[in-house]
Design a protein around this ligand. Structure first.
Ligand code: FE
Length: 147
């Protein structure tokens, strides 16, 4: 993938800089494609309105308006905020063929995308809580009931 993003510094952070920026658990998940345990993440049951930003770089990833309760134990969304905000990759690890989702800005691992989500997209972005930071003050966010 070519790196043509306007704000590209986050793509060039060194491993040491990532270690400094993130907590140990964030570093494991975001930079080494780890997975947090289900049902323990801070954002799993959150229904507040706002924008979920990347915990690695702060770029907006998902709106609370597209969050739904998937029962998986991880925050789930049916659509990212923008076409470039989340990038998909084929993930063949652990003997499975899955679609990995990563931040389009800094490349941090977010989670996986599955084709069993609700309408209108039918997609389920299954995201680690620790990869997200809810920004409740951001205008435009609605709560999970769409109100
Ligand atoms: Fe990011």
């Amino acid at each position: 993938m070519t790196d043509t993003h306007k704000k590209k510094p986050d793509r060039s952070l060194s491993d040491a800089e990532w270690r400094q920026r993130l907590t140990d658990e964030q570093y494991r998940v975001l930079r080494h494609k780890g997975t947090e345990r289900s049902f323990v993440g801070e954002c799993v049951d959150t229904k507040s309105g706002g924008i979920y930003r990347c915990a690695g770089c702060g770029e907006p990833l998902f709106s609370s308006a597209t969050k739904f309760d998937s029962g998986s134990g991880w925050p789930s969304f049916w659509e990212p905020v923008g076409t470039d905000s989340v990038v998909m990759r084929v993930d063949l690890s652990h003997g499975m063929r899955r679609t990995e989702a990563e931040c389009g800005h800094c490349g941090s691992h977010l989670g996986h995308v599955f084709p069993d989500g609700p309408k209108p997209t039918g997609e389920r972005y299954c995201v680690n809580s620790i990869s997200l930071a809810l920004d409740p003050d951001d205008a435009g966010g609605r709560d999970a009931d769409g109100e």
